[in-house]
Design a protein. Sequence first.
Length: 207
Amino acid sequence: MTDTSSTDPVSWEKSAPADRETEGPLDESEANPVRPYVDLGGVKILPREGLHLRLEVEEESQRVVAVGLDYANSTLQVQPFAAPRSSGLWHEIREQIAEQVERQGGRTTVRDGVFGPELVAEIPVASTQGPGGETRVARFVGVDGPRWFLRGVIAGDAAIKADAAALVEDLFRSIVVVRGNVPMPPRDLIPLRMPAAPAAGDGTIPV
C-alpha cells in the first residue's frame, strides 16, 4: 500500500462560536433582510453610532482588499475569503500569521476568545530613532462559516481593554458575509466594493 500521508492535504476542523448561526458573524442566508446594512459586496455592515468605515484599496489594481472599521478608540480590519464547504481555514491561517509576526521580530500567543482560538501579537513598531523595543498589540480573530472564512484584526483599545474589546467583538459579530454562488478557490478574497454612499473628505464612509 502506498503511503500518501505526506501528499494528502490537511483537512482542518471549522473554528467558530457555538452560537454563530444566531449571534454572528452571519451568512447572508441567516441575516434579517430588513435590517439597514451597508452593502460592501462580500460583507454587509450594520450601522451604529460612532462607527466610521474605510475601504483599503490596492494601489496597483484599485481593488478593494479590506474593510477598516474605526470604533470605540479601536480599529477592526475585516476580510472575507472563500473556504471549503466541510473544513475550515482558521487553524492553518493562524499558524501562518504567527510565523510572519515572529519573522518580523514580534511575539505571539494563542488564547481562547469569544470566537474561539485567537492570536495575540506583539508587533515591533518601526522607529526613526532605531531599535527601541516599542511594540503594538494586535488581536487576530477568525471564524469559519458556510463556504467562507472571515478574518479580523483588532488594534487600539480593544486589543488591551476589556470594555472596548466587548464593543468591537459585538461589531465583528454583527457582520454579514455574502459568499455568493460563483465558484471560487479556497482562500480567494470574496470581492468587496464601494457602497452607494460617497466617502467623506477624510476617506471615511458615514454609516
